[in-house]
Design a protein around this ligand. Structure first.
Ligand code: SF4
Ligand code: SF4
Length: 305
């Protein structure tokens, strides 16, 4: 069985990427299973998704603890302990990074035991789509290539999955073209196809179901959101162009995280420790006084280790 684990941020398309790979595998006659995990999360929050592919019925369920391939949509997740990107990764795991750094740079600058490969999908998306947005088709194409699925299957799977999301045919076609580019461009590394199971993990386990009072996530400590520095979630940061700002306060009103404060002369100040990079302020600013700049901090944070 091949087990692919996707890590991304809410809005990047990790869940849809896992579905694209699952559908492509299904089209090739495999048994496939895919599922996401993200809880009651916000755009930008760490999310994970899982795809299993096999020739036999898949009896394993839930998270993938020992992945064959890990696909990382955002390298800033590596330094986020909540994301647990490197859990279960060993020297046989193939690690794909969406990064502007090469695989060699990544392998030497962070201590990784897996087989690293990389491609700058964000740059591909910017060049092909001309804007920021979900890169699910690109992630799916890369993952599919790494596990040996055919380009035609990925192409068809993108069509089905993005159509299910209600995207226009022209947008789907644009995604397919960009995905084909990534499929061809990603450096392929040898895949370890043997069992990834740890001894004793194959016996059937019956899960216990807790009542909602125990089984539902809840926050019981008050006023703790300041402790969670969501600035590491950003792929793009909003930056003010002061000359264009008319002081209308709309960015202040629209920011869903309340991280914009206003000065006495009506200029926004962004708390970058907690701005998650959703870009709502950029979208809503009537004078284009806020612009999105690609974030490099995440890479800097872990490459400095
Ligand atoms: S400042 Fe802008 S990008 Fe940051 S969280 Fe608020 S609306 Fe989103
Ligand atoms: S929405 Fe734009 S113009 Fe209005 S205060 Fe914010 S940055 Fe300035």
């Amino acid at each position: 069985m091949l087990a692919i684990r996707f890590h991304g941020r809410g809005g990047q398309g990790a869940k849809t990427a896992s579905r694209i790979v699952g559908t492509a595998a299904f089209l090739e006659g495999f048994v496939a299973q895919d599922s996401p995990i993200y809880g009651a999360e916000r755009r930008g929050a760490p999310v994970a998704a899982f795809t299993r592919i096999a020739r036999e019925p898949i009896r394993e369920r839930g998270i993938i603890a020992h992945p064959t391939v890990v696909v990382v949509a955002d390298t800033s997740l590596i330094s986020d302990p909540a994301a647990r990107v490197l859990d279960g990764v060993d020297e046989k795991t193939v690690l794909f990074m969406n990064s502007s750094l090469s695989a060699e740079q990544l392998a030497t600058q962070i201590s990784l035991s897996g087989r690293v490969t990389a491609l700058d999908l964000t740059e591909v998306a910017l060049q092909r789509f001309g804007k920021r947005g979900a890169i699910s088709a690109l992630l799916g194409a890369v993952a599919g290539r790494l596990v040996g699925l055919r380009q035609e299957s990925i192409h068809e799977a993108i069509s089905r999955e993005l159509a299910d999301l209600g995207l226009a045919p022209s947008v789907i076609e644009q995604n397919q073209v960009a995905a084909r580019h990534c499929y061809d461009a990603v450096p392929v590394v040898a895949l370890e196809t043997g069992s990834r199971r740890v001894p004793g993990s194959t016996r059937l386990r019956i899960p216990n179901y807790e009542p909602p009072s125990r089984g539902t996530a809840r926050i019981s400590a008050a006023a703790n959101s300041l402790l969670r520095e969501t600035g590491g979630w950003r792929t793009f940061r909003p930056v003010l162009v002061p000359d264009k700002c008319n002081g209308c306060w709309l960015c202040f009103v629209y920011c869903p995280d309340g991280v914009i404060s206003m000065t006495k002369d009506d200029r926004p100040v962004i708390d970058y420790d907690h701005c998650k990079g959703c870009q709502i302020c950029v979208q809503e600013c009537p004078t284009r006084a806020l612009v999105a700049e690609r974030e490099k901090e995440g890479e800097a944070a872990w490459t400095a280790k």
